[in-house]
Design a protein around this ligand. Structure first.
Ligand code: FES
Length: 125
């Protein structure tokens, strides 16, 4: 479990995550709590040690894009959970549409119906 927060005041559910994790890394961007830096950098270190078989990520899009690139680079299976704004939640309003690869083509799909979790190889962030 690699958790990243902006600073100490934003840390939530630390004990809950710690209790369900074999390995637990908490980071803050400003170093006010836990390790200083981005969680993905600690994930990268453990990937380089060969300790990671799969990645499951949720969070802001820039972080997901970085995780997606890391998974592609290291060829580690990865699933990402997208947190799009949803209007209807039933596939009608198109408010949650994201681009995905479909063979040679790029198409749109609904996060509300097809997701929110996607294989990181198909989503265009
Ligand atoms: S939220 Fe309306 S289509 Fe997904």
């Amino acid at each position: 479990m690699y958790l990243g927060f902006r600073s100490k005041e934003f840390v939530i559910l630390e004990e809950e995550y710690k209790n369900i994790s074999d390995k637990f890394v908490l980071t803050t961007d400003d170093g006010s709590y836990g390790e200083k830096g981005f969680a993905i950098n600690f994930l990268r270190q453990d990937i380089e040690k060969g300790n990671i078989d799969a990645i499951y990520a949720c969070g802001p899009l820039p972080m997901l894009k970085a995780v997606q690139e890391l998974a592609k680079e290291t060829k580690i299976p990865c699933q990402i959970s997208l947190e799009e704004r949803m209007g209807c939640g039933i596939g009608v309003c198109l408010g949650c549409a994201v681009q995905v690869n479909a063979g040679e083509d790029t198409v749109y799909t609904h996060v509300c119906k097809a997701g929110p979790v996607f294989d990181s190889n198909i989503v265009k962030i």
